[in-house]
Design a protein around this ligand. Sequence first.
Ligand code: SF4
Length: 168
Amino acid sequence: MNDTRQPISPDTARKHSRLRGAAKSHSVCPYCAVGCSQNVYTKGGEVIDIEGDPESPINEGTLCPKGANTFQLVSNPHRITKVMYRAPYSDRWEERPLDWAMDRIARLVKETRDRDFVERSAEGIEVSHVKTIAHLGGATLDNEENYLIKKLFSGGLGFLAIENQARI
Ligand code: SF4
């Protein structure tokens, strides 16, 4: 590339794409059911960029503004990495340990399900459901997580209301 016959300064000759030398993996945008294809670029085990895949017949290299920011899911200094809890009627968030949050969620789910689980309807039809607990998933949940959520909450615990924020 360093053609000495061209009027190119050493500084210009040194410039190159930030993706040079990066490994490319294919992925799918996690946000919505359009399923745009993405190229994930990694260097030294770190994700350095995520872009639209030009070879995809779905999005032909493009991503909407949401999908174009997928890199920020991986690398974002503003991402909250601790459990934040807001007590009922409180106007502030408090930091709590993960174990505390897991225990609280498990206890409340068990108490509510024990209280409200319906095995048979008034007509005697087996329904095996609980209507007082709902689950709302996030757009960035992957296929495996969604599979487990559906399997546990719907088939296992009998929740009827299982939704995902990606479709709201
Ligand atoms: S890039 Fe936009 S349109 Fe494509 S899957 Fe992601 S959210 Fe949906």
